[in-house]
Design a protein around this ligand. Structure first.
Ligand code: C2E
Ligand code: CA
Ligand code: CA
Ligand code: CA
Length: 277
């Protein structure tokens, strides 16, 4: 994981005025960040518990700010969303992921998929499915190797109905996951209408699942709903073997978390992957 050289912006907050000034300056910096190649795409692997194989990775954005050092997404994604600049980050992340997939194919690596996080605002943009299709065609990447992660709260909050956009994306063959599942307000009835492939169980159900029987009960019921709908169920944020044992026993399909690996820069991820054999 990127070493944090500075305090997070949320903590570095001497007063409302200063905070506002800082936000404004970050926002204008964000404008140049993409042109000046300051964003990085870290990758965190996911393992299939049945086969033991690495099936894919989640892409997580990092900003290497010239003055502030490495910034985690929590320090800038929220402003990018409020200012509408998120679309540039999303497009950069999608393009970076697709280029990596094309490079891996050219190197003859076994096909993995990469999952990119998508904001609520992206789902209101009717041009997203066509932009994705163009990008995949340009790099001749199998759409099934790209996945979009949409949070459950993001789905519920989006102003326009996201279902049409999700169906259009799914029709191109791109896969969809619901992120942070279990933390939102979506009803199970709503879930059945979403063209998704995977449920990612929020870390709050995973953390200390080995010591809290109620958490285990919730985890088991989420797995059962997911499997009942034919979805892959992933446990995220798995940190230790005790949690893993319960997660495996509960029937989760995939795991992701610090126990397996932290998010890594592309070159480190490739080295790590090669070492997995
Ligand atoms: P998320 O999508 O739920 O991503 C998982 C977060 O949990 C990541 O934090 C990851 O580093 C962290 N994590 C992974 N394994 C563990 C673990 O075992 N223990 C703990 N404690 N944490 C773990 P990160 O990278 O700081 O990202 C935070 C959030 O920022 C993400 O949550 C996602 O909502 C958002 N985000 C990240 N990249 C992007 C992006 O490119 N676009 C958008 N729209 N949002 C992004
Ligand atoms: Ca995610
Ligand atoms: Ca998540
Ligand atoms: Ca999250």
């Amino acid at each position: 994981e990127a070493k944090r050289l500075r305090q997070p912006v949320a903590v570095y907050n001497p007063g409302a005025e200063a905070a506002r000034a800082l936000h404004l300056s970050l926002l204008s910096d964000l404008h140049t960040a993409i042109q000046q190649d300051q964003l990085r795409q870290f990758l965190q692997p996911k393992r299939d518990l049945k086969t033991g194989r690495i099936t894919g990775a989640e892409a997580l954005v990092r900003w290497h700010h010239p003055q502030r050092g490495w910034l985690p997404p929590g320090d800038f994604i929220p402003f990018a969303e409020r200012s509408g600049r998120i679309r540039q980050i999303t497009d950069w992340m999608l393009a970076r992921a697709v280029r990596t997939l094309a490079d891996w194919a050219a190197q003859g690596r076994a096909p993995l998929y990469i999952a990119v996080n998508i904001s609520t605002l992206d789902l209101q943009d009717q041009s997203l499915p066509a932009r994705l299709a163009t990008l995949l065609a340009e790099h001749q990447v199998d759409p099934g190797q790209l996945q979009l992660e949409v949070t459950e709260t993001g789905l519920m909050a989006s102003g326009t109905d996201p279902i049409a956009v999700l169906h259009a994306i799914r029709r191109w063959g791109v896969r969809l996951a619901i992120d942070d599942f279990g933390t939102g307000q979506s009803s199970l009835a709503y879930l059945q209408h979403l063209p998704v492939d995977e449920l990612k169980v929020d870390r709050s159900f995973v953390q200390d699942v080995n010591t809290d029987p109620r958490r285990e009960a919730l985890l088991r019921s989420i797995v059962s709903v997911g499997h009942g709908l034919g979805l892959t169920v992933t446990a995220e944020g798995v940190e230790n073997d005790a949690e893993l044992a319960i997660i495996r026993n509960a029937g989760c399909d995939l795991v992701q978390g610090y126990l397996l690996a932290k998010p890594m820069a592309l070159a480190d991820f490739e080295t790590w992957l090669t070492a997995q054999g």
